[in-house]
Design a protein around this ligand. Sequence first.
Ligand SMILES: Cc1cc2nc3c(=O)[nH]c(=O)nc-3n(C[C@H](O)[C@H](O)[C@H](O)COP(=O)(O)O)c2cc1C
Length: 184
Amino acid sequence: MDPERPVPREVLEELLEDAHWAPSHGLTQPWRFHVFRTPESRAELAGQLVALYDRAIPGPERDPAKRAKLAGGPRRAPVVVAVVARIEPDGKIPEWEELAAVSCAAQNFMLSAHQRGLGSFWSTPPVACSRELVEWLGHAGDDGDGDDEYRALGLLYLGWPLAGEAAPRSVRAPLAERVTWHGE
Ligand SMILES: Cc1cc2nc3c(=O)[nH]c(=O)nc-3n(C[C@H](O)[C@H](O)[C@H](O)COP(=O)(O)O)c2cc1C
């Protein structure tokens, strides 16, 4: 991605609108998006990811490559969106359905980005899925009953592909290995 080429706010709002039209059981609309688009906010996010990593991993066990990746990611992409799921506290909608709904929203976001020529990918290192990050983003980690009310589901990196750079080749197993046709 070209970190110098900004994604206009209006474009980002369209992607978020498409994400927002994802389905959800009971129309709970459990997705919450935190957009980091300015260089300052992305640097702050990078600093927080590294600080959380350092807090979680004792000094001698820290992996410099992982640490550098956390620090570098939000600087290399012009937009980072942290994805958070709100879990219905009374358990009326099972947690997995809320996570599935937010995943649908994330996929809508990425498909809409692709349609506009933007590149994106979903990144889920443990610190980006931690309760500490949820709290840093301003959501209460738990509503008092011991269960998490909000869960961080990682980061969506977004940006324009670098000029002249071919898209990475994607691979998938043959479709037939994943599909069973019943009765035919
Ligand atoms: C829930 C989820 C979490 C992911 N986490 C990571 C990750 O932490 N690091 C990573 O390199 N790719 C991760 N990916 C995969 C990429 O987003 C992407 O799908 C992969 O690089 C393959 O690219 P393609 O889908 O264009 O073929 C994740 C995908 C999903 C759906």
